[in-house]
Design a protein around this ligand. Structure first.
Ligand SMILES: [Zn+2]
Length: 82
């Protein structure tokens, strides 16, 4: 999974951000998803940069991503993590 920085298809759409806590390192991580994740809010399995996979609940944490907001990992759709 590689990040594609600086590549924009639509100027006003920067995707969505789902924040999740990494219990292993005690940090807050950000997952970027290109498509609106609201259609399916079932839990996802996120391959965290710490090396472990975390089970993350989607609905309470999703929000629009700001243009210059950093993120730790990126997917096109949350279906990739289910
Ligand atoms: Zn982690």
């Amino acid at each position: 999974m590689h990040q594609r920085r600086g590549k924009r298809k639509e100027p006003e759409d920067y995707g969505w951000v789902i924040s999740f806590g990494c219990k292993t390192t005690g940090t807050l991580r950000r997952l970027k998803v290109d498509t609106d994740p609201s259609s399916d809010t079932s839990p996802i399995e996120v391959p965290c940069p710490c090396g472990e996979t975390h089970r993350v609940t989607v609905s309470p944490y999703r929000r629009r991503r700001a243009a210059d907001e950093p993120f730790d990992l990126e997917v096109k759709s949350l279906d990739e993590l289910r």
